[in-house]
Ligand binder design. Structure first.
Ligand code: G1P
Length: 299
């Protein structure tokens, strides 16, 4: 049997965004702008660019703005058309022409594993992608396409890893891996969600891109709450890594490109500045200002 090409992508967007309170009191954290677009738009664009044609967003309460953002607003389009403002018109079309987005609500935010399980009915019995909104992958770097090649070759699930400083590993899922002879990808022997630095099996952190075999749903249904009392995707993948038979096995691509974390206030600010410095309209002015601004620091 030929491995199936992945067409479905799941984008969990039901987190409460408590790290960004009060900004996220009445607004989903995924709508916080990164330079000039909501964070979620980068992720949806990446999924579309990777060839996923069927997108499912897992949302929750107070997430209506997400659906509105990807929907058309005819009155706004007419008024921009009337003014001949092509630039702004293109900017709003960028969000509404991204393709077919479906929504499912995660009634109770019981963790990432639970959010993925909410996609079971929509996804059915085929491999699918999961893209987490907090992690932005620079559009100039390839990740999902490389992962898709590995998934075609191995048939199981594929995760993305990135080397981090040892003291940062407790903020991530962490993987124990071994080399696969003659291949660029690695085999995952074990996974642990947010280990203490001195207990981590490596400095390889899971980043928010996954290609999953549908067997993960069956495992998630039996996964007890883990770290933070939440149902962890990492724990379900650990089961698949150790299992045998159809749909078992986890491999990983070690990503060495540019990733921007928008998950906490400091890294969110850093992501904004890093991306704005490369921005067509803003970059030059921002760089000039940044140099002067930084020169004024005392230490
Ligand atoms: C989630 C995953 C974690 C992964 C991280 C990547 O954690 O549970 O394994 O390393 O995303 O961003 P969260 O950041 O949602 O706490």
């Amino acid at each position: 049997m030929n491995p199936r090409v992945i067409t479905k992508a799941v984008i969990p967007a039901a987190g409460l965004g408590t790290r960004f309170l009060p900004a996220t009191k009445a607004m989903p954290k995924e709508m916080l702008p990164v330079v000039d677009k909501p964070a979620i738009q980068y992720v949806v664009s990446e999924a579309v660019k990777a060839g996923f044609t069927d997108l499912l967003m897992v949302t929750g309460r107070s997430k209506r703005a997400l659906e509105d953002h990807f929907d058309r607003v005819p009155s706004l389009e007419y008024s921009l058309e009337a003014k001949g403002d092509k630039k702004k018109l293109d900017a709003i079309h960028e969000a509404t022409h991204l393709g077919d987005i479906h929504y499912v609500r995660q009634g109770d935010p019981k963790g990432l594993g639970h959010a993925v399980l909410c996609a079971k009915q929509h996804v059915g019995d085929e491999p699918f992608a999961v893209l987490l909104g907090d992690d932005l992958i620079d559009e100039r770097d390839e990740l999902l396409s490389v992962m898709a090649e590995v998934q075609q070759k191995t048939g199981g699930s594929v995760i993305a890893l990135m080397e981090v400083e040892p003291e940062q590993i407790s903020a991530y899922g962490c993987a124990d891996v071994s080399v696969v002879e003659g291949e660029e990808f690695v085999k995952v022997n074990g996974l642990v969600e947010k280990p203490a630095a001195d207990e981590a099996p490596s400095n390889l952190a899971i980043i928010g891109r996954y290609l999953l075999h549908p067997r993960v749903f069956e495992v998630l249904e039996h996964t007890a709450p883990g770290r933070g009392n939440e149902i962890q995707l990492t724990d379900a993948l650990q089961v698949l890594a150790a299992a045998d038979g159809e749909g078992s096995g986890v491999h990983a691509v070690v990503f060495r490109g540019r990733r921007y974390d928008t998950g906490d206030k400091l890294s969110y600010l850093q992501a904004n500045i890093t991306l704005a410095v490369d921005h067509e309209d803003l970059g030059k002015g921002l760089k000039t200002w940044l140099k002067e601004f930084v020169a004024g620091f005392e230490d």
